[in-house]
Unconditional design. Structure first.
Lengths: 380, 283, 332
């Protein structure tokens, strides 16, 4: 067991950090303020393989291992959680299911454009009456000759406003209802994008509703075998959780770093507040949570790369990293006092961004369910 | 085949340099390393030459060389990720503490021994840590080849380069016979970001060679620290403290105080009169 | 080899009158030779260079070695380094000083290499120790520290000197000096570098370096938007805006405005420093300011300690405060 980062992981971290600090950081508060998705920054990210992190070289990707993937998402999110979200959702729940379940033809058809960042991926499961309970999905896909006709409305779709390739979770009615995932290109008639949501955090990501009104896709756009929808959905979410855990970790890291420098600088009672034991306790607590989160995350990533089931590990990482993000950003605001509650300081944004990591890609409660199921399924 | 050698250095990441202001020492061992920004521009120049030539179906081979501790291997991988063909790490405890005279000597020893047939040597103009700007010219002196510093653009021609540079208020267009050495200006050849695919590829083959003092045939008692012609006799933190006046409190108050007490100095420098405050006499 | 005690200074005249570094070093060399004995000598190479020979004598050179030949018309590193090496070997000075202009920085390392001696770059001070050796004082370790360096055995002791480090002596029309004219050596090597074109083109913007009021903003200004306030202030007080490295990196202002070791050195009568913590690379470039006002929330910031007036407050708010105050106070 080696806990030291290797040269490759170190280099990946520095590379991404450099890009994020130089290209994203100067604009991050205005992107948040204006709810602006930065197409120009995305353009710069494309040739650097940020949209094909784990895609094999033959399709134009970087073919990274999962720890590297987590580091990339962590470092982007450390500067902008909203752009980190775009990247992780695109790569994990957008691309990964096609790589894992898609036919060779589907991969050749969809992956190169996605890996090049020319077509941004989205995954939509959530509906007005279905979230944690995937069984409540009402979007339907009716097979008519060699096409599926999709009808329904999806909400809270990350990257919704800019997506090009959408994985849609729908129910195919028949003798028995089958859960299926379809690949829908944004050009398909009957597909449309709803309004961008006005959310508490992640404001630079165009999260939106998506409408499918008699939206027809050829049968070749069914991902996996008919009825595999749930399996695909769960696999996508497992992968997605590693990404969200990494995103949460990045937010926490940023909040922690800002707190340390603020505590060193801010004077009260004629000394830097870092000299006070209360602040020191906060910092120690933040650092320990972050470190524990990071270890859980990289372990989950390593298990994924080993080819074994990583469902429980991913859930633990996601549960812990998101809790860390919420707690650490909370303490960061506390350390910053009134300034921390002001938009002048980044911690205010971290605080808003952190909360949703406990909600999407499976709420913390769902993660515990997954973990508990895993424990109780073990032979006694 | 056009052969380019780029000399690069690992330097501490300045923004993260742990600096103890009390003891006035640098915790260099805690500092993260990175590729010296000037070296990166030199590498960028090499990469662009390679790309231009590739467009004309001409081959170019880029070797990167770095002298430093084992951890400097990281920047050689980075150089490979960016497009260099191979990397060499000159690393030995006996090389530690070399001043520019000996650093250029060691680099030259390697080049003479292992790649004497190079066409072009590229260096950054000055590293971000020591900023001496001496290793490049001294390396050229050691190899007895021509050199030009602070180059802003390079154009290859048959057996020579044509370069443009702006030095000491002169814009110059110069020609230099090859083989020769160029150092790249800090404002030219803005380096590209590393593509992630490149990093993955750089680690697929572990072919970064390590060369020690013995491999170079340096004397058994070679010791860069002892043999350097210059010696550091004292290092101290620059005196920054001076008797000063600290103003604190509400912005309006401190700004008022500033102008009450120092308004004349400020207006003098401005070359404009400023109205003095009512109670200036009370000072 | 036993040599003389002479201190040699390379006459780097290309930018004369603007560049005064040769005169500045001559002044310091005079101070050093008072301690060590030996003469202060200047080296002048070129074509029709009497003007500079006289100028150096008027500024403290006791002896000037001159090679005046049409073949030296180009300001060439190859020729200069060959001639300097030849002359040093022949006349054996104890010390050889070169201005840290770009030309000086190209030529000095090469000469040191040919002479197999040490060289300290970009000195900010020079002294003589108890044993009569030249103490070369230069920024080190990324400018965070100052190092004292000696050249224990090799001769000559060589250093390049940062322009602006020393005060030149007053021009003395009556000064007398010995002029030693030497012929161009017959074995001057063929040049491998050819100058196709060279035109005088002063650097983009000298305003910052010459301004009486310089306003420098650091990351403490908060954001690009707030940083822009500094331009308003600059407009009001006839000042120029400079910046620290992080600000330039964050693209709040162009690289042109960088004040620091890798950028410009400023010497205003009044320097306002807003939200600058004071990495030494930066502070080294502002020490020549006559009067420094620093504004920072952190009183322990280096910049606050080197200021004449340290205002402990939010940089951005104080900037607005000063703008208001100046507007009120400007007489119509």
């Amino acid at each position: 067991m080696d806990f030291m980062p290797c040269y490759k992981h170190q280099l990946i971290r520095k590379t991404v950090k450099e890009f994020a600090e130089n290209e994203i950081k100067p604009r991050v508060s205005e992107l948040d303020r204006d709810s602006e998705f930065p197409f120009d920054i995305i353009e710069k990210m494309k040739p650097l393989n940020y949209f094909g992190l784990q895609v094999p070289g033959e399709f134009g990707g970087a073919d990274l291992d999962t720890i590297s993937y987590a580091i990339v998402v962590e470092e982007i999110s450390r500067v902008s959680a909203a752009i980190g979200l775009c990247v992780t959702v695109h790569n994990s729940v957008g691309i990964y299911p096609i790589l894992k379940f898609g036919t060779r033809e589907q991969q050749e058809c969809f992956i190169p454009a996605m890996a090049a960042g020319e077509s941004i991926g989205a995954f939509c499961l959530t509906e007005a009456n279905a979230g944690s309970d995937a069984g409540g999905v009402e979007t339907s896909a009716q097979k008519i000759e060699d096409e599926y006709v999709i009808n329904g409305t999806k909400i809270f779709v990350t990257n919704g406003g800019v997506c090009g390739t959408i994985l849609v979770f729908a129910v195919t009615e028949g003798e028995r209802d089958l859960a299926n995932v379809f690949i829908v290109e944004k050009e398909r008639p009957g597909f449309s994008v709803g309004e961008i949501e006005d959310l508490c955090g992640m404001r630079a990501n165009p999260v939106s509703s998506l409408f499918f009104e008699d939206c027809r896709v050829p049968v070749e756009n069914l991902l996996g075998k008919s009825g595999q929808g749930l399996k695909i959905g769960l696999a996508a979410l497992d992968a997605g959780r590693i990404g969200i855990a990494a995103q949460a970790l990045g937010i926490a890291q940023a909040a922690f770093e800002d707190s340390v420098s603020y505590a060193r600088e801010r004077q009260q009672f004629n000394k830097p507040i870092a000299k006070f034991q209360t602040i020191q306790n906060y910092l120690a607590d933040m650092a320990t949570r972050i470190d524990a989160s990071r270890l859980l995350l990289y372990r989950a990533a390593a298990v994924k790369d080993s080819g074994k089931s990583f469902s429980a590990e991913a859930s633990m990482a996601k549960l812990h990293c998101s809790a860390t993000a919420r707690k650490v950003t909370d303490l960061a605001v506390q350390i910053h006092g009134g300034y921390g509650y002001s938009k002048e300081y980044d911690v205010e944004r971290y605080f808003r961004d952190a909360k949703v990591t406990e909600i999407y890609e499976g709420t913390s409660e769902i993660q515990k369910m997954v973990i508990a199921r895993h424990i109780l399924n073990q032979p006694s | 085949m056009f052969k380019i050698i780029v000399c690069i250095k690992q330097v501490p990441m300045v923004s993260e340099l742990p600096w103890d202001s009390k003891t006035g020492t640098l915790k260099r061992e805690l500092a993260q390393g990175m590729m010296d920004p000037a070296s990166r521009r030199a590498l960028e120049a090499a990469l662009r030459i390679k790309e231009d030539r590739a467009g004309e179906d001409q081959e170019t081979h880029i070797t990167v060389i770095s002298m430093g501790p084992e951890m400097a291997r990281e920047i050689l991988y980075e150089a490979k990720a960016l497009g260099a063909d191979n990397g060499v790490l000159l690393s030995d405890r006996k090389m530690a503490g070399a001043d520019t005279f000996l650093t250029s000597f060691i680099l030259a020893e390697y080049i003479k021994k292992e790649s004497p047939d190079f066409d072009l040597l590229l260096c950054g103009s000055q590293t971000s840590d020591s900023e001496t700007a001496q290793v490049g010219p001294q390396l050229a002196g050691e190899l007895l080849i021509p050199a030009m510093g602070y180059v802003q653009s390079i154009e290859l021609d048959d057996g020579m380069v044509r370069v443009q540079r702006h030095v000491d208020d002169f814009m110059e267009l110069l020609e230099m016979d090859l083989p020769g050495l160029l150092t790249i200006d800090q404002g030219a050849y803005s380096p590209r970001y590393v593509a992630l695919e490149g990093i993955e590829r750089a680690f697929h083959t572990d072919d970064i060679r390590t060369v020690n003092a013995g491999d170079l045939g340096l004397d058994r008692d070679f010791n860069a620290l002892k043999d350097s012609p210059t010696r550091i006799i004292d290092v101290y933190s620059p005196a920054t403290r001076k008797e000063n006046q600290v103003l604190k409190g509400a912005v309006k108050k401190v700004v008022g105080q500033l102008f009450d007490e120092y308004g004349k100095i400020i207006s003098g420098a401005m070359g404009k009169d400023l109205k003095t405050h009512d109670h200036e006499g009370a000072k | 080899m036993t040599g003389t005690k002479d201190i040699w200074v390379l006459g780097d005249y290309r930018n004369y009158f603007h560049s005064r570094v040769t005169l500045q070093i001559l002044a310091r060399a005079a101070g050093l030779s008072a301690k060590t004995g030996g003469r202060v000598c200047a080296l002048v190479f070129g074509d029709h260079v009497d003007e500079y020979v006289n100028e150096y004598i008027a500024h403290g050179a006791e002896t000037v070695y001159v090679i005046d030949d049409p073949a030296l018309k180009d300001y060439s590193v190859e020729n200069y380094s060959f001639l300097m090496t030849r002359l040093v070997k022949e006349f054996k000075p104890e010390t050889l000083l070169v201005g840290a202009t770009r030309f000086g920085q190209e030529i000095a390392p090469r000469v040191a290499k040919y002479l197999k001696t040490g060289l300290t770059a970009d000195c900010i001070d020079l002294d003589i120790d108890a044993k009569g050796r030249l103490v070369q004082i230069a920024p080190s370790f990324g400018g965070n520290l100052i190092a004292k360096i000696i050249t224990p055995e090799k001769r000559p002791q060589m250093a390049t000197i940062r322009p602006g480090t020393f005060q030149e002596l007053k021009h003395d029309n009556d000064a007398e000096g010995e002029v030693i004219r030497l012929p161009l050596p017959s074995d001057l090597p063929a040049k491998k570098i050819r100058c196709i074109r060279s035109e005088y083109k002063p650097s983009r913007n000298r305003k910052l370096e010459e301004a009486d009021i310089v306003i420098i903003g650091g990351r403490g200004m908060g954001s690009k938007r707030k940083f822009k306030k500094l331009f308003e202030l600059a407009e009001l007080v006839n000042g120029e805006v400079g910046a620290t490295r992080p600000v330039v990196y964050a693209d709040w202002i162009s690289h042109d405005a960088l004040v620091g070791q890798a950028g410009k050195h400023v010497k205003p009568r009044v320097l306002f420093s807003f939200g600058v913590s004071g990495a030494i690379q930066h502070t080294a470039a502002v020490t020549d300011a006559d009067f420094i006002v620093a504004i920072n929330k952190n009183p322990n910031a280096t910049m606050m300690k080197m200021a004449d007036v340290a205002i402990m407050a939010d940089a951005n708010q104080v900037c607005s405060g000063i703008i208001r105050a100046v507007k009120e106070k400007i007489r119509d």
